[in-house]
Design a protein around this ligand. Structure first.
Ligand SMILES: Nc1nc2c(ncn2[C@@H]2O[C@H](COP(=O)(O)OP(=O)(O)OP(=O)(O)O)[C@@H](O)[C@H]2O)c(=O)[nH]1
Length: 329
């Protein structure tokens, strides 16, 4: 596995042994595995081949490195050439699920290489970049390819990547912003709109440091309202309200969001696949994505007659609520 135009090959970030994580206790370091060794080793099942797919630059490699090593490698983008893999063990319900995770190159010219791997895949994580409309639109083509080349029972998960953690701002802020927005839209002049939004912000401010919020909303406003038609402006700002403005703007890529969360959810519903937004940069939902897939694979492998069928959608929703981190997702 190589990376183009990169001083350091991405393979330097991959491991070939089996580091371990426990879904309920977060990412575990290798050291902590020694403590585990005192208890009887859980049963293991055969390797589950999981493949990351999606357009070039959506963050597949970064997501895998974050999952594997709990870190984000910033710097200029260097596209993956070919395909590479890393191994990882996820313990779900006292059962070790061995994942062999393949990171594919998103560029068109490598498509025939990656197709060859689909057939053996147990799970496919399809990523798009929430700041790229093209990558989102292309997910339909990816899904068509998946259905063409992969097994019919492959586990598919849709991930909108590049997003940071957000702290809930509360309904008050959202309502305030909505009201400000509605009034602001009656006039189209930017300054008016800005004033109205500021009023909305003041009313709605509940939990965030004021200066962050004001700065963020001004930035969002400038970006969204300049040169837009009235409808575009409304659409973007609404998207921003629902998707972006609920959290802090150190939030990863939030000001560049092009795809509202609802659009991802709608597409996922259309194809009956689970969905979540992730950030390879901050780690939000990265572990949850792989854990959910591992659970699904494990339940398929060891379905007890009296055990209810594992519902991956419900599991994801419950985990999001439990962590309290991602009410926006
Ligand atoms: N802010 C932010 N940047 C990200 C995130 N994930 C990836 N990036 C950046 O996006 C660029 C592309 O990320 P990669 O992980 O290399 O993308 P990829 O999908 O593996 O691309 P290909 O190898 O060409 O298929 C890099 O500059 C990353 O640093 C994220 O969650 N947040």
């Amino acid at each position: 596995m190589e990376r183009m135009e990169s001083m350091e090959p991405i393979s330097a970030h991959y491991t070939t042994d089996y580091p371990e994580i426990h879904p309920d206790s977060g990412f575990e370091s290798r050291e902590s595995c020694d403590i585990q060794a005192k208890t009887p080793p859980p049963a293991t099942y055969d390797e589950e081949l999981t493949i990351l797919v999606g357009d070039s630059g959506v963050g597949k490699t970064s997501l895998l490195v974050q999952f594997d090593q709990g870190k984000f490698i910033p710097g200029s983008f260097s596209a993956t050439v070919g395909i590479g893999f890393t191994n990882k063990v996820v313990t779900v319900d006292d059962v070790k699920v061995k994942l062999q995770i393949w990171d594919t190159a998103g560029q068109e010219r490598f498509r025939s290489v990656t197709h060859a791997y689909y057939r053996d895949a147990h799970a496919l994580l399809l990523l798009y970049d929430i700041s790229s409309r093209t990558s989102f639109d292309n997910t339909r083509a990816w899904l068509t390819e998946i259905h063409e080349y992969a097994q019919s029972d492959v586990v598919i998960m849709l991930l909108g990547n590049k997003r940071g953690p957000e702290k809930g701002l509360g309904k008050g802020l959202e309502r305030g912003l909505e009201r400000g927005l509605e009034r602001g839209l009656e006039g189209t002049r930017e300054r008016e709109l800005e004033r109205e939004l500021e009023k909305g912000l003041e009313r709605g401010l509940e939990r965030r440091p004021e200066k962050d919020l004001e700065r963020d909303s001004r930035e969002g406003l400038r970006g969204d309202s300049r040169g837009n038609t009235r409808d575009d402006s409304r659409g973007n700002l609404r998207g921003d309200l629902r998707g972006d403005s609920r959290g802090t703007r150190e939030a990863d890529m939030s000001s560049d969001r092009a795809i509202r969360r609802e659009e991802g959810e709608r597409l996922a519903r259309e194809y009956s696949v689970p969905f979540m937004e992730t950030s390879a940069k901050t780690g939000v939902n990265v572990e949850l994505a792989f854990t959910a897939v591992s659970k699904e694979l494990k339940h398929r492998a060891v379905q007890h007659p009296n055990e209810p069928k594992f519902q991956i959608h419900e599991y994801i929703e419950a985990q999001k609520e439990k962590s309290g981190c991602c009410s926006y997702i």
